[in-house]
Design a protein around this ligand. Structure first.
Ligand code: SF4
Length: 429
């Protein structure tokens, strides 16, 4: 047993963020630690990063941790990552005496179930910068952390904590720690906003504003601040392409216009965005194209008007998507459509309508995902209330290719059939 708490007089707390990979390695690591690391560094603590690859066994993991010699481990967990994260954390806790904290979307929306796993000493709910700093300061000073002592921080098997108000202006945070994002070849990942003001029933980005009781979680950086970060990246290394990770880059027309004009003046680097078709028009496509936007990913989700309007709270009609994809193509911007299947209330006919809409909009590429009800969303509550979710649902990580739901109108076998059909269409496209 290695005893980290026997360190003599540590000057700072060194936090090691564990990036848990499941089936494959993602191009960019979680952005949460990318924000938290520079904030705690600014206040005198240390931060480093370890990608826990899918094929890494516990001996390797322990060996890597020992090389970093951290004082605390941080796991940023989505629903995809949480089961393996809890397994790895539980094993580590048996070998190394070190505090372990879990944060991210899954612990934020299902804190009790993550805490019940017993693998984590602390659960961080919501925004992590100020909460993590306070936790490190308490641990460093040896202060006893009692129930409710640190807003946002839940103790193991403790009560749900109060949330502190959102941080304030994102412009006031330090730029993301690039060394924690594990970017390659000068492909840079940027976030210009937190949260989303739209009420889509399936999306945690919208749900987190509800968690904060609509008290200002949705915020956007100034154009100046975003460009400053890009200038700094270019000064310090390669800047070959920018992927804007914001769930919906096109929320605010004036911001997009100002950004595109300034970006076109100062950069000639291509970039991609995620967009909501309902927020796009010909002018905006023109600004984006002139600024160097080369790829837009649209969440179309379903070709059934009934599903979009009554289940997803996306009342735009099919013509809106047809027009936006046409405009995007005309501007020589690649357009990707993302679809879901296996939604509550969906029938085989609805999924056939999605396939038909895909034919009509003819995207350059499309992604297709079996619906998973993310904790915190309205559809999660609906699935729970209707008994569609198994009792032990937290045991099931999200899976893009098969459904976790038992629904009356669409069986798991039907959903698998359509997933395979989408695969065939994708291969032949
Ligand atoms: S799906 Fe897109 S538009 Fe809807 S809440 Fe989520 S991020 Fe916002």
């Amino acid at each position: 047993m290695i005893c980290k708490t026997q360190n003599m007089c540590p000057i700072v707390m060194k936090m090691l963020f564990m990036e848990i990979e499941t089936q494959s390695v993602w191009a960019v690591a979680s952005v949460g630690p990318g924000f938290i690391a520079p904030y705690i560094r600014q206040h005198g603590h240390g931060a480093s990063f370890l990608r826990v690859l899918p094929d890494m066994d516990m001996r390797d993991i322990i060996c890597h941790i020992e090389k970093h010699a951290p004082d605390i481990l941080g796991f940023s967990l989505t629903t995809r990552q949480w089961k393996r994260g809890a397994y790895v954390a539980g094993k580590i806790a048996k070998i190394i005496d070190i505090p372990i904290v879990a944060g991210g979307l899954h612990p934020t929306f299902l804190p009790s179930s993550v805490s019940e796993s017993g693998a984590f000493d602390y659960i961080c709910m919501g925004e992590g910068e100020a909460a993590t700093l306070e936790l490190l300061n308490c641990l460093e000073s040896g202060e006893k952390i009692y129930e409710g002592r640190i807003p946002n921080i839940m103790l193991k098997r403790g009560a749900i904590p109060e949330l502190r108000p959102p941080f304030g202006r994102i412009d006031d945070l330090p730029f993301m720690a690039r060394d924690l994002l594990d970017e390659k070849h000068g492909v840079i990942h940027m976030c210009t906003q937190r949260g989303c003001p739209f009420p889509c029933t399936y999306c945690a980005a919208g749900a987190i504003d509800g968690l904060y009781k609509n008290t200002g979680y949705v915020r956007r950086r100034s154009v100046h601040n975003v460009l400053e970060e890009l200038h700094e990246i270019r000064r310090n290394g390669e800047l070959n392409y920018v992927i804007f990770l914001d769930d919906t880059f096109t929320i605010n027309r004036n911001w997009v216009k100002e950004f595109c004009r300034a970006y076109a003046r100062e950069f000639s680097t291509g970039f991609s965005i995620n967009a909501r078709a309902e927020t796009i028009n010909q002018d905006m496509i023109g600004w984006l194209a002139d600024a160097g936007c080369s790829h837009i990913v649209y969440g179309v989700e379903s070709g059934s008007m009934h599903i979009r309007r009554d289940v997803l709270n996306r009342p735009a009609d099919n013509q809106c998507f047809i027009d936006v994809f046409k405009l995007t193509r005309q501007a020589n911007i690649l357009a990707t459509a993302n679809y879901m299947m296996g939604l509550p209330g969906e029938t085989s006919e609805d999924i056939e309508e999605t396939l038909s809409l895909n034919d009509e909009i003819a995207p350059d590429d499309f992604g297709y995902f079996v619906f998973y009800p993310y904790p915190g969303t309205k559809l999660f509550d609906i699935c729970l209330q209707n008994g569609y979710l198994p009792d032990n649902y937290p045991e099931f990580p999200s899976d893009d290719s098969q459904s976790v739901l038992d629904m009356p109108d669409l069986s798991k076998a039907d959903i698998k059939y359509y997933y395979n059909k989408f695969t065939q269409v994708h291969k032949s496209a």
